[in-house]
Design a protein around this ligand. Structure first.
Ligand code: ADP
Ligand code: MG
Length: 338
């Protein structure tokens, strides 16, 4: 099958041949290279299309290649993750069939306020929160209890999240919100801090969803004074992770009824946000075994040997089989009558 892999790139001048040479080198660690290599291994004809700050090359390359499916891994446009949904919209406007969530799902899931409101409507527990806009007068809702965690409203990958994100009083809240406004040019969201186990759940499918084995972030030997939150450093700094023995591993000692509850929450959230094909949910399992959704990721990191791929492998799908499963889920959607 002819499949175009679409992704955001820092090399807008590169062609398919450049990316394939890079992929063959096997040095660069990019999720899209892993996806492209898996699709090639699966026997597909693959075109690698990087997007940066101009849509025309994307539109032209797809028109020339005429893919039967686009594997959409694009997370930003002009370096701005808020445009992620718009790239999927462009694919749909041109009639290209694509893997992954539709523009609405990508747009709503990225907004940490809008998504929580929808999840709450569906009876899912989410932390209480408020949104702080730059320049606007702000009165903290009295029901909102410290400690709060203050995050950029529209980022992901723990961008803007550090130990300083957790605040204990109004002065701390105002200061951290100002930091978010200035650094990220977007509103801040302040959420009640939910203590408990940090779980990541992969889902694959559509009407029928398969829940992959649940992954837990083990905070290892983090000093007592530090908050148990997945900061940017904790997610991406290998040296820091090793120093504090922070690891992701499959969650142990999760009773069947809790697993059942997690499955139900995740499936409801997936459909509530109009997601498609695959997603990863970030959860907290509170000390009373209540399941809180922190965040839903419709376009999660798909690289080989990372959380989601490892969970798929544990479920019996080696990496190429996992990528092929996503392709099959997408094609099955388009084959179904609306
Ligand atoms: N309300 C919260 N309660 C407890 N921990 C939180 C909360 N919000 C965020 N965190 C911590 O911060 C991490 C990143 O937050 P998240 O909302 O998932 O943002 P991102 O989109 O950047 O991944 C979470 O994985 C969790 O460890
Ligand atoms: Mg997250």
């Amino acid at each position: 099958m002819k499949i175009a892999v679409v992704f955001d790139t820092i090399h807008p001048e590169w062609t398919d041949a450049d990316y394939k040479r890079e992929m063959a080198g096997g040095v660069a660690e990019e999720a899209e290279y892993d996806v492209g290599s898996a699709l090639l291994k699966n026997g597909h004809e693959v075109l690698m299309v990087g997007v940066r700050d101009d849509l025309r090359p994307l539109v032209d390359q797809l028109a020339a290649f005429q893919p039967e499916l686009v594997f959409n891994g694009c997370e930003s446009f002009r370096g701005n993750a808020q445009h992620e949904y718009a790239v999927a919209a462009v694919l749909e406007m041109h009639g290209w069939r694509h893997t992954g969530s539709p523009p609405t799902g990508l747009l709503v899931a990225r907004n940490k306020s809008m998504s929580k409101k929808i999840l709450a409507f569906h009876g899912i527990r989410v932390p209480d929160f408020t949104v702080l806009h730059a320049g606007a007068e702000f009165v903290r809702p009295s029901a909102l209890r410290f400690p709060l965690i203050v995050k950029p409203l529209l980022e992901d990958a723990s961008v803007g999240i550090s130990q300083a994100s957790v605040v204990e009083d109004d002065a701390g809240l105002a200061e951290r919100a100002r930091f978010i406004h200035e650094q990220f040019h977007q509103p801040a969201i302040a959420e009640e801090l939910v203590e408990g186990r940090e779980l990541y759940v992969g889902l694959v499918g559509n009407a029928e969803l398969e829940m992959l084995p649940i992954v837990e972030l083990d905070f290892g030997k983090l000093p007592k004074a530090e908050r148990r939150i997945a900061t940017y450093k904790m997610k991406w700094d290998e040296e820091y992770r090793e120093r504090h023995r922070i690891r992701s591993d499959f969650a142990r000692r999760l009773p069947d009824d809790v697993q059942g509850k997690i499955r139900q929450v995740c499936e409801t959230a997936f459909h509530a946000l109009s997601l498609q094909d695959y997603a990863r949910l970030d959860l907290r399992l509170a000390h009373d075994d209540e399941v809180y959704v922190l965040e839903v990721n419709p376009n999660p990191f798909l690289a080989y040997e990372h959380e989601l791929a490892d969970a798929a492998e544990k479920a019996g799908m080696k990496y190429p089989a996992f990528i092929e499963r996503i392709v099959k889920e997408a094609l099955a959607r388009y084959a179904r009558p609306d």
